[in-house]
Design a protein around this ligand. Sequence first.
Ligand code: AHR
Length: 505
Amino acid sequence: MPPPRSAVVFLDPHFTVGEVDPLLFGSFVEHLGRCVYTGLFEPDHPAADAAGLRTDVLALVRELGVTMVRYPGGNFVSAYRWEDGVGPADLRPRRLDPAWRTIETNRFGLGEFTAFTRAAGLEAMMAVNLGTRGPAEAADLLEYCNHPSGTTLSDLRGAHGAPEPYGIALWCLGNELDGPWQVGHKTADEYGRLTAETARLMRMIDPSVRLIACGSSGSGMPTFGDWESTVLAHAYDQVDYISLHAYYDPEANDPASYLASACDMERFITDVIALCDAARARHRSAKRLSLSFDEWNIWYMSRQRPGQGEWPRAPRLLEDVYTVTDAVVFGTLLITLLRHCDRVTAACLAQLVNVIAPIMTEPGGPAWRQTIFHPFAQAARYGRGQVLQLHVESPTYETPKFGDVPLLHATAVHGEDGVLTVFAVNRDPAADLPLTVHLGGFTAGGPAVHSVLADDDPAAANTMTAPDRVTPRTLAVPEVEDGRLTAVLPPLSWNVLRLPLAPAH
Ligand code: AHR
């Protein structure tokens, strides 16, 4: 019999990648399908509060541990007029939303969004429309949101019931304008000029804003690389972040490559870092750009059918149901973001409710957690502190897309709470993966805990009728001996190993 395949990790408290920015655990609310309407906002629902927000959803958002939320799109923002969503609700216009071919009632807008972020304790990341609009409308929106008072727009906010400024710090300069599907799609030169001018004007109005330029909509875009270089040639000095978006489709990939989706994310991040730093050198700039991975998730995109005919209101769009396999791949993406926490300082799981989401709802009915909810909640709770550099030795498997890929995908965080957390995925669908973590200078201060998300049926999912079919469970306490933590990672599993450290750490 061949010896069992096993993996080894070496770590040391002195070797760190950097501190995790809490904004890494952001999410995204777009006017799309039922994310807003009958998702987080449903005034007639028995659990709705006075603002029309579903308190059952708010409770799950808090449990998920989201820190920040991007709004109002996405593709939606590129034809959106923010003024439509403020003022008395019964006077707001109904509009066509060309991006998702639906009717937008504007019953939910800026004020309702702010009620949501405050109720859930979230920071806002606001996107401006650079598809059909430009610097003037972006500046107006910023003045409405952030200027204290004494101007028409800031006083209008006061008249709308919000005398205190919203104080929104993070602003996306448009959305996916490299994509031919985007309303107002632009060349890199057009977008770079527009974004530089918009950023300049926005900073004149509020110098404290942090601005995000659109990078590529995916690593596979034909313009990837050239887009970033050209946009940054125009706008490097004006912006603080560049964005990345990535979705992984379980049905558009062979299964082995799908399990290795994080290889694409990893390469995308390192390539964008290189592009940013090349622009930095050309600009002779002291500033280092951050990466805002402000859309990422699993998305069964190949199942999506384009809307036709009718213009419905809040239809069921992109309501993907996630399996255990999806949650495991999702976990590898979280690990990859953490491994780059020195440069990826903001990220948004797209999206939050109903639309490719960790939280699902039924109109007038319950709300529940999808499988992907659990890895996110655990990473958001335990992934705070210093990410450690790991030396990993792992058996590999072959993939058509990425060549040989390690079966183990892992990272470790030296927590603010004095606990060492190892996040680890076993990509092997058929066999356990024994893991040994060499603790270096860390000393155990108590017994370890091993939480695992896995299932005999990798296609198992949570649904309205079986909302807790898939949840993490606690396995036998892993051993800690001679400076080594040992555990067995079940086939196709997301694992969280938590080890309290002796006080010296
Ligand atoms: O999140 C769904 C859509 O994906 C967003 O609207 C768009 O930005 C991206 O293509």
